[in-house]
Design a protein around this ligand. Structure first.
Ligand code: 2HG
Ligand code: ZN
Length: 477
């Protein structure tokens, strides 16, 4: 017998809604067995937990619309989810048993690629790496790159306006979006899959949904702007003495490599030490206080010579104290694996509180000094795990803490310093449920009022992902 995930707490409307949902999609695509729904009951780090009524896996936009409409009519909420790789709990249902998780995983087609216009039309459930590979087959680049790209889906990448390691050169995910197909909270489908670079015919509504974390509409497909694929690439790892030295190196790299610089990642020696310890990776040089991983890519030859000259000058002027340039694709991959294993190594260290912050780039050293001093004073046993996309001002200021630490107080402490430096409390991971209580710390009353008005206009009943980004209205309101 199939046991519903909600059998522990009977809900009179649940059976009727489940029957309706089985008519919206193929009946087996409505999962209710607790074993089947378990992967959607928490995020991948198991920091956020919930219990959905069911998980629905529609295969078409019409089915998505039917599911959303049915849930709204029955007074249930919809939690859209892609690869479930988020770090803010934006795709985790609450514990009420009244959330319907809507997985886009069955809508994964790359519908078409236009090699002349350099565009791709793709469905929301397509894994980012699959979309990148499809672009590469046409000698094109989908320039959104993140550690989770092997599981993150296009819908989630857009719904969260993902960042990653190439923002410095190519911008956030929103800068790739030419067209969007969205299901609204009342089940209406808005089809805007235009492949136009220029379209000033009225509001640019697609950007309302990018970064809205599924609270304003559900992205079901998109037209993405691709880019030409550079022919030459250079990857280098450099040891630097301090964040100040890293910024001097950034300035030099921007000056000497210009727009070919597509990644500039700062990593503390402690963060890489944990990678070596937990992830069987090897540092190709002695330990240092800080490291920079930089990547440049160009169409014309000469990039390697320019990077070697940069390295020499950096060593000579003291911006860097050591450095290697990858000699093969294998070595490039090994250098990137060091960077991309940091999150996993951190997870193995125990409980950590993440601060995905940005400050003006020039303020990074002063911010770090202020934050480190405050955290060490408040929590002498805390261990810092700091790294990030320093080329675009984004730091992952993560703090590994002993059990029983007051995480909310720690978040408030760090975020207040971020705000003092004119920064953001979420540079790329989004608000989700993790930072809902913190949003007011960095946004004005007018900005919050505007956000509430937009939510009210597009989702007056609060059907879509309640409690994410903005607090859920009190029950019955
Ligand atoms: C990254 O930059 C991701 O690797 C994850 O944004 C950051 O684990 C984190 O805090
Ligand atoms: Zn990041």
């Amino acid at each position: 017998m199939t046991v519903s995930a909600t059998d522990a707490r009977p809900d009179p409307g649940a059976a009727a809604l489940l029957a309706t949902l089985r008519g919206c999609v193929d009946a087996p695509d409505v999962l209710v067995d607790p074993v089947d729904v378990e992967p959607w009951c928490h995020d991948w780090r198991r920091q956020f937990h919930g219990r959905p009524l069911c998980v629905v896996l529609p295969r078409t936009v019409e089915a998505v619309a039917a599911v959303v409409r049915a849930c709204g009519q029955a007074g249930y909420a919809v939690v859209p989810v892609g690869g479930n790789t988020g770090l803010s709990g934006g795709a985790t249902p609450d514990a009420s048993g009244r959330d319907v998780v809507l997985s886009l995983a069955r809508m994964q087609a790359v519908r078409r690629i236009d090699p002349v216009g350099e565009t791709m039309e793709v469905e929301a459930g397509c894994v980012l790496r699959t979309a990148q590979d499809a672009a590469a087959e046409h000698d094109l680049l989908l320039p959104v790159s993140l550690a989770a790209e092997g599981s993150a889906c296009i819908g989630g990448v857009l719904a969260t306006n993902a960042g990653g390691t190439n923002v410095l050169r190519y911008g956030m995910a929103r800068s790739r979006v030419l067209g969007l197909e969205v299901v609204l909270a009342d089940g209406q489908v808005v089809r805007g899959l235009r492949a136009l670079r220029k379209d000033n015919a009225g509001y640019d509504w697609k950007q309302w949904f990018v970064g809205s974390e599924g609270t304003l509409g559900i992205v079901t497909a998109a037209v993405l702007q691709l880019a030409p694929r550079p022919k030459h690439r250079v990857t280098a790892l450099l040891a630097v003495a301090s964040p100040e030295a890293a910024l001097a190196l950034l300035r030099r790299a921007r000056r000497d490599l210009g727009d070919t610089l597509d990644a500039f990642e700062l990593m503390s020696g402690a963060a890489l030490g944990r990678v070596v310890q937990h992830c069987e990776r090897v540092l190709p040089m002695p330990a240092a206080a800080w490291f920079v991983l930089l990547e440049a890519a160009a169409f014309l030859p000469g990039l390697r010579d320019a990077t070697e000259a940069l390295l020499e000058a950096a060593l000579e002027h003291g911006d860097a104290t050591d450095g290697v340039i990858a000699e093969s694709a294998r070595q490039e991959a090994d250098l990137w694996a060091l960077r991309e294993s940091i999150t996993e190594a951190e997870a193995r260290e125990g409980r950590s509180y993440k601060h995905d912050v940005s400050v003006p780039i020039a303020s990074i050293p002063a911010f770090l000094q202020a934050a480190d001093a405050a955290v060490v004073q408040a929590l002498p046993q805390a261990r810092l795990n700091v790294f990030g996309h320093v080329g675009d001002g984004n730091l992952h200021y993560n703090v590994i803490v002993p059990p029983g630490t007051d995480g909310a107080a720690l978040n408030a402490l760090v975020h207040d310093i971020v705000v003092r430096f004119g920064g953001s409390i979420s540079a790329e991971h989004g608000i989700g449920q993790y930072r809902v209580g913190e949003l007011a710390r960095s946004k004005s009353a007018a900005e919050l009022d505007l956000a509430r008005r937009i939510k009210q206009a597009l989702d007056p009943q609060g059907v879509l992902n309640p409690g994410k980004v903005l607090p859920a209205p009190p029950h019955g309101a």
